[in-house]
Design a protein around this ligand. Structure first.
Ligand SMILES: *Cc1c(COP(=O)(O)O)cnc(C)c1O
Length: 432
């Protein structure tokens, strides 16, 4: 199995975090997201321990909460001692409602509105990760009006293409995000940050992409960022205090995806960062990483009930489920791969090739193509889509007025609802 929180019982049923997945579907209704709390915590602890160990006490992983954002997740992250990344006033509000200490929050986004900036300042968000000069002026102005000085990191683009999907590449010079080192804009925004009275420049940030498996990407971006930091020190006398290398460690969606040893990887990055700092005579900055997917993806799974099965002789077969792009738009967006299993037929031979599709009025409403399921698959069977903890619930929509799914959290043999299923009343709540 692609993750060790999955197993099969003596009846051929899929177990997730040790619990019978299809029994949970019968208990809570269909379709349904499950999340494995022990796995979330273990993923947090892996990053936390490895970063403290490799970079020292000042280091801290930040959970990129756009991966999945709801009250209970911020409570868990708080207990595990991580910071968080937030990308909107809505995420800041959710974190605040959960009692998350916002001084450990880092506010991203390439287009923070004046209202976002004012709200984040009022809420006491610790850091703004500043994308561009216009934003820096706006923060300086609004912080000034609130009699505050705001700590910021500057988001820079080191010019790296991590060879992942085009749609999720963000570290290249022509990216929508950040200021490029290569074009001189990174230096310009740094010198501006050092001049503005209500801005406290804490350091630099970069994020080169997502679903990264090679350790090389982080090593190269760290070295480029440190070279830049040394050049800034030489020219402006400013010493970087924090260096944030972003998120992006990959997870296993299918058996083809490699297994990545995150702790070993972080130690490798630390070794290179320390050597580079020594060579440049820079003190080691407080290091930050921003894992999102690799904290929650393999802690999540989606369960559906099979409906129509359509066989088009000589062409293809379709297995339709009672969800789709409204709860998981990632195949529709960028052909994301997923593993699909028949949750009560785990020991049957898989020889029925099909596309697993949703129920939306959209041909692109596909969860996965080229899926092999048991030939006995029929209406009423339960399908599990694995590794859906990240970028599923957080990307969900109400297209076709389909209510959003609930989330059931599993922990040590127990289970509890942490997000309710949307009701029809919820669907019309804002309609006048
Ligand atoms: C999306 C994002 C992350 C998290 O990426 P993952 O692939 O989920 O680890 C971290 N930092 C920034 C700036 C991001 O945009």
């Amino acid at each position: 199995m692609i993750c060790d929180n999955l197993s099969i019982d003596e009846n051929g049923h899929l177990l997730f975090a040790g619990q019978d997945a299809s029994a949970l579907l019968r208990q809570y209704g269909s379709p349904l997201y499950l999340m494995d709390e022990d796995r979330i915590r273990r993923n947090c602890q892996t990053y936390y321990a490895a970063m403290k160990d490799a970079f020292g006490e000042s280091a801290l992983p930040l959970y990129a909460s756009k991966a999945v954002s709801f009250l209970e997740i911020y409570r868990i992250i708080k207990e595990e001692g991580l910071g968080v990344d937030v990308v909107s006033s809505g995420e800041i509000y959710t974190a605040a409602q959960a009692g998350f200490p916002l001084e450990k929050a880092y506010f991203h986004s390439n287009n923070k509105t004046d209202a976002d900036i004012a709200f984040a300042l009022e809420q006491g968000v610790g850091y703004f990760v500043v994308d561009n000069e216009e934003e820096l002026f706006a923060i300086d102005r609004i912080a000034g009006a609130q009699n505050k000085t705001q700590k910021v990191l500057l988001r820079l683009t080191p010019g790296i293409d991590p060879h992942t999907y085009e749609a999720i590449n963000t570290g290249r010079v022509d990216s929508k995000f950040g200021s490029a080192i290569e074009t001189g804009q990174a230096e310009e925004i740094t010198s501006l940050a050092l001049k503005l009275p209500h801005i406290d420049l804490a350091g630099f940030h970069c994020h080169v992409g997502s679903q990264v498996f090679d350790s090389d990407t982080f090593l190269r971006s760290a070295e480029i960022m440190l070279d830049f930091s040394a050049a800034i020190r030489d020219r402006y006398g400013y010493t970087v205090r924090e260096l944030d290398l972003g998120g992006g460690y990959g997870v296993r969606y299918t058996e083809k995806d490699p297994v990545i040893d995150i702790a070993a990887n972080i130690h490798g990055v630390a070794k290179a960062v320390k050597a580079k700092c020594a060579a440049l005579k820079l003190p080691l900055p407080a290091m930050r990483l921003e894992p999102g997917r690799s904290i929650v993806a393999d802690a999540g799974l989606t369960l559906y009930t099979v409906g129509t099965i359509k066989k088009i002789p000589g062409y293809k077969n379709y297995v339709s489920v009672d969800g789709g792009m409204t709860d998981n738009p990632r195949f529709a967006l960028y052909n994301a791969s997923y593993t699909v299993l028949a949750a009560e037929k785990m020991n049957e031979e898989k020889n029925f090739l099909c596309s697993v599709v949703g129920r939306c009025c959209e041909s692109g409403d596909i969860l996965q193509e080229q899926v092999l399921l048991p030939a006995s698959i029929r209406r009423g069977d339960v399908l599990a889509v694995l590794t859906t903890g990240a970028y599923n619930y957080s990307m969900a929509s109400n297209y076709n007025r389909i209510p959003r799914l609930p989330i059931v959290m599993l922990k040590g043999g127990q289970n509890r609802l942490v997000v309710r299923r949307e009701s029809f009343e919820d669907l019309v709540r804002n309609d006048l």
